[in-house]
Design a protein around this ligand. Structure first.
Ligand SMILES: Cc1ncc(COP(=O)(O)O)c(C=O)c1O
Length: 414
């Protein structure tokens, strides 16, 4: 596909083609990334990039929206089936936009939010100081227990009573365990707050029914569409009847103009794939691979935040086992060996967020390539070898060899 551009724009064609090669020849362990199917890529690269379709299907502010309507209906109806929800809005441009729209729908400026702090596994869009969320709302945080890396629901309830928020956020970027959504809803109700569950990371696991769903429990559920579900970049919001109209108004005209309909088409294509029976097997294998990865690294002497995982990634904490190794250095040397992951703060991390003391290793993309637990353990050995000998280039060269073998055995974008 990218090569079609060559006659018109050689530089761009080269960059796109090189990126496709990079994805073929390296192993992506970034927990928030995946490899979308050719069908999703085609939908996203379609003529719908040309359309303006402000409004909602059947109620547009522009002419020429007949087919845009069909596409958005498909995405919306498929989201409703996947998440068993009465209302879905598939227009948010991203997970962050979905969260902003949820806040806009449920809060007044100056209201207060209680959310998990970043180094405990929260997300910027849950109210980090550097974001517009913190400009528009008062933000307080709760934390995971530093010793266990887990949520202590009694402590969250206590924090809620102390801070009396208008809105409680659950759902996280780097929390490897199950969340008790009912408990979080009860905590919110206990202080008369609304509850937004952000399943950005868990979208595919929830859609496949292998992780408990907050839909029907939390007041509003937000997600992104490109992590454990492979529907191309974007966001979506699920809401009860009570909040449906407010959510729709918050997305448009509250925060966005015309929807990115080519991305909505990608969502429709990816949601269709997620409704097929094979998707459950994919999602289960993703978690099985993360478990295998964690157990193998644990066996090689690495510490995992919370001792393991229930989801699609593990969070490795170097502080005790490899005190001189930073998340940044680990990210760099693993990338040298063709293993692409991201540094991550760990609970109570004393290092800056640009350095950190850990890495997050996710299995959605390697599982899309067809990895099983055995292949994942081979990769885990290569990761452990590189991290145990950060200065040894020959170890890195051996790991690169393993990566090349695995990429050949489990190809993507052939
Ligand atoms: C919990 C959570 N919410 C929201 C987002 C934001 O998603 P996006 O990058 O699509 O804005 C992320 C991204 O990683 C996330 O982890």
């Amino acid at each position: 596909m990218p090569t079609d551009l060559t006659p018109v724009d050689e530089s761009l064609a080269e960059a796109l083609s090189a990126e496709r090669e990079r994805q073929r020849e390296t192993l992506t362990l970034i927990a928030s990334e995946n490899h979308a199917s050719e069908a999703v890529l085609r939908a996203q690269g379609s003529v719908l990039t040309n359309n303006y379709a402000e409004g909602r299907p059947g109620e547009r502010y522009y002419a020429g929206c007949t087919h845009a309507d069909e596409v958005e209906w498909l995405a919306r109806e498929r989201a409703k089936r996947l998440f068993d929800t009465v209302h879905a809005n598939v227009q948010p441009h991203s997970g962050t936009q979905a969260n902003l729209a949820a806040y806009e729908a449920l809060l007044e400026p100056g209201d207060s939010i209680l959310s998990l702090e970043l180094t405990s596994g929260g997300h910027l869009s849950h109210g980090h100081d550097a974001t517009a969320v913190a400009t528009h709302y008062e933000v307080e945080h709760y934390h995971v227990e530093p010793e266990t890396g887990r949520l202590d629901y009694e402590a969250v309830a206590e924090r809620a009573r102390e801070t009396n928020p208008d809105l409680l956020v659950s759902g996280y970027s780097a929390y490897p365990r199950r969340v008790d959504w009912e408990r979080m809803q009860a905590i919110a109700e206990g202080v008369d707050a609304v509850h937004v569950a952000d399943i950005a990371h868990l979208t595919g696991l929830v859609a496949a029914d292998i992780y408990p769903s907050p839909v029907g429990v939390a007041d509003v559920v937000t997600c992104s569409t490109h992590k454990t579900i492979r529907s191309g970049r974007g966001g979506a919001i699920m809401a009860s009847e009570e909040y449906a109209a407010a959510v729709d108004r918050a997305v448009f005209p509250g925060l966005q103009g015309g929807p990115l309909l080519h991305n909505v088409a990608g969502k429709a294509a990816g949601f269709y794939e997620a409704l097929q029976p094979e998707f459950e097997a994919y999602a289960s294998q993703t978690v099985e691979n993360a478990t295998a990865l964690g157990e193998h690294l644990d066996g090689r002497g690495f510490d995992l935040v919370s001792g393991g995982t229930d989801v699609h990634f593990v969070l490795v904490d170097f502080q005790q086992s490899h005190p001189d190794l930073t998340g940044q250095r680990a990210e760099d040397i693993l990338e040298d060996a063709g293993i692409v992951c991201n540094k991550s703060a760990v609970p109570g991390d004393p290092r800056k967020s640009t350095v950190t003391s850990g890495v997050r290793l996710g299995t959605p993309a390697i599982t899309t390539r067809g990895f099983d637990a055995d292949a994942t353990r081979r990769l885990a050995d290569a990761i452990a070898d590189v991290l145990d000998s950060p200065e040894d280039e020959s170890v890195r060269a051996d790991a690169s060899g393993t990566v090349a073998d695995l990429c050949t055995e489990f190809p993507v974008y052939e």
